[in-house]
Design a protein around this ligand. Structure first.
Ligand code: RM4
Ligand code: MN
Ligand code: MN
Length: 427
């Protein structure tokens, strides 16, 4: 199923007049403050977020999974779904594959199909947190950190194969997330586990083409509940530094203990040029993988405020991070959920782009705490939605993607084509 630009343009007609009024009003407001709306719109148009291949079906928890019908049963169908989201939002022009959940059976055909949908292949993801059928050595007690050399070698080999698939598809990076760790005190020799992990990562790194990046993701707990080998950004940074210039840290918003100051981590990593990738989601307790901006939109804005500062206002040479959504959809239609996440990301980005950075710096230099707070909250409290709609309109997307999705009954159409019983591989 595809949506054409003409269909979208047609649909936009009904929204255009109201949109113009709202946009002009906001433009006037921002002009008074000396903000160049054209620059903001351009940046919004350029901002593309990858969709993970494992989050297009119904997500489950360990207690159950509730299907919703019309789930993509194949990689092609998953790509089709990303194509739909991209057509509507013009902000999801890439897909991130998890291997082996989404190993292309016919890589040449998949590559061609992606081209036809206007999709690029973002970071490749390896999986050494589950055992596959016919796998010789189990990952029950770890993979890259395992006590046995043969298990480590098998996990390294898997990562090399993922790189090779990605090379063919035109991806430029590999994300390694490990479930390695321990659930009971005494179970693991922390130092040996980290040493093994570093050696394994070095081998993987050496297999990457020179223009590739390695993203090392951290997570403090789950599925192991006592210790995780790569528990935090410091450990990830240490490993990335040891691997080399093309190794970076990956920040997944859900991979922090409650109340961690993520914006500060982002600021530090950007300063050191080591922020490689980003996984967007939201959470209240742990790795809840909820819709971006659903729980803590202010935190998301503060994170973007640091991103904008580190990328544009005071750049330190950190390459543009790979942006990806990493959420799970237990209750909502994943396509609706992803559209909402994309919207929340752009909102936070736009709000950060209109922060009066110079005034903020001055307030900080003068230790004017009240003023500094006023300045950032002024941006946060500005309704920038017309800017986002304008950016979408200019890129030939839908002014209101969610309305389009609902009014044209896309889910019902997908159910008609794919049936009610299909199950997508993934989370
Ligand atoms: C992990 C982590 C990884 C993702 C897996 C499926 O918690 O967020 O990025 O690939 O889940
Ligand atoms: Mn993640
Ligand atoms: Mn996660």
């Amino acid at each position: 199923m595809r949506i054409t630009t003409d269909q979208i343009q047609d649909f936009n007609k009904a929204f255009k007049q109201d949109h113009q009024k709202q946009f002009q009003f906001l433009q006037g407001q921002l002009e008074i403050k000396g903000i160049d709306t054209e620059e903001v719109i351009e940046k919004l148009q350029q901002f593309q977020v990858a969709i993970p291949s494992w989050a297009l079906g119904a997500g489950g928890t360990r207690f159950g999974r509730f299907s919703f019908g019309g789930e993509p049963a194949t990689l092609e169908q998953k790509m089709e779904d990303v194509g739909l989201i991209h057509a509507l939002t013009q902000s999801a022009g890439a897909i991130s594959l998890h291997i082996p959940w989404d190993t292309p059976r016919d890589p040449a055909a998949i590559k061609e199909f992606a081209g036809a949908l206007g999709l690029a292949f973002d970071a490749m993801n390896s999986n050494t947190f589950q055992d596959q059928v016919d796998q010789k050595h189990s990952y029950k007690f770890g993979s890259l950190c395992h006590t046995e050399a043969a298990t480590r070698a098998q996990a390294v080999q898997h990562n090399k194969e993922v790189i090779d698939i990605g090379k063919y598809l035109g991806s430029k990076s590999l994300t390694v997330w490990l479930a390695d760790g321990s659930s009971f005190p005494g179970q693991l020799n922390f130092r040996k586990a980290l040493e093994h992990t570093l050696d394994s990562l070095k081998e993987i790194y050496a297999h990457m083409p020179p223009d590739w990046k390695l993203f090392i993701e951290y997570k403090p707990f789950e599925p192991n509940f006592y210790s995780t080998v790569i528990q935090d950004w410091g450990t990830s940074h240490l490993l990335a530094n040891e691997c080399g210039e093309n190794a970076y840290c990956l920040v997944d918003l859900g991979h922090h203990l409650p109340n961690t100051n993520i914006e500060q981590i982002v600021a530090t990593l950007l300063w050191r040029g080591k922020l490689g990738g980003f996984h967007f989601n939201d959470s209240k307790y742990g790795d809840d993988d909820l819709t971006v901006g659903a729980i803590q939109p202010y935190q998301l804005f503060l994170i973007f405020n640091e991103l904008v500062y580190g990328m544009f206002r005071n750049p330190s040479g950190n390459p543009s991070p790979a942006w990806m959504i990493d959420a799970s959809h237990n209750l909502k239609d994943p396509l609706e959920d992803l559209i909402q996440s994309l919207e929340a990301i752009r909102l936070a980005y736009a709000q950060a782009l209109i922060v009066d950075h110079q005034a903020l710096e001055q307030a900080r230099e003068e230790n004017d705490v009240t003023k500094a707070q006023e300045i950032i909250q002024e941006s946060y409290r500005t309704d920038v939605r017309p800017l986002i709609r304008e950016a979408r309109l200019r890129s030939k997307g839908a002014i209101e993607p969610l309305s389009y999705y609902r009014k044209t009954s896309i889910r019902q159409q997908l159910i008609k084509i794919r049936g009610l019983e299909t199950v997508a591989t993934g989370l």
